[in-house]
Ligand binder design. Sequence first.
Ligand code: GDP
Length: 201
Amino acid sequence: MQIKTAEFLMSNTDLKKCPEANLNEYAFIGRSNVGKSSLINMLTNNSGLAKTSSTPGKTQHLNHFLINKSWYLVDLPGYGYAKMPKTLRAKFKSMIESYILKRTNLVALFVLIDCRHPAQKIDIEFLNWLGNNAVPFSLVFTKSDKLGVNSLSKSIDEYKLELLKYWETLPQIFVSSSVKVIGKEEILDYISELNKIIDAG
Ligand code: GDP
């Protein structure tokens, strides 16, 4: 899929204020600094579309973008901020959870994982929560340029083994690098295929 237009639509904390749920929607989530903004910018050919993690405020909102005037891309706030006060953390958790569970046009969620890090409890808990709630998701292993070929495949294999402790089958897995432009075509083609299936049905 070629990205011809990518427009920022709105940023808010309230599911009810999101754009009308009349287009297919794909959301991206991951822990802070995982490379989410860079991935979104790579996918949309727009180096400034998703602000970097340091932009105050933006990281704590649901950010909607309209792509090719035909589908929504959503930049979700990161989960599991260790440094965040407990009450605020609970507020974000409930905002993210209610978005994921109630957004009727959400087709799939892309969960970003830094390929250098072993599976962490908070990620596994989040993935298991998605599974328990039958939320379709894919994994994206980011920053793949930071590892050599062997270390990368070892790291991903170890992650898969960890997942197989809880899951019978593995989700769709993508590997990306915003620096070397890896994974772009695969992710966009996957979205395009899902759009075709849904729009045909
Ligand atoms: P976010 O907090 O998840 O939105 O992460 P950012 O996209 O702001 O990236 C966090 C840091 O990781 C920045 O310093 C980026 O330059 C760096 N980064 C992001 N993606 C990649 C990547 O694919 N390769 C490398 N080497 N660095 C990356």
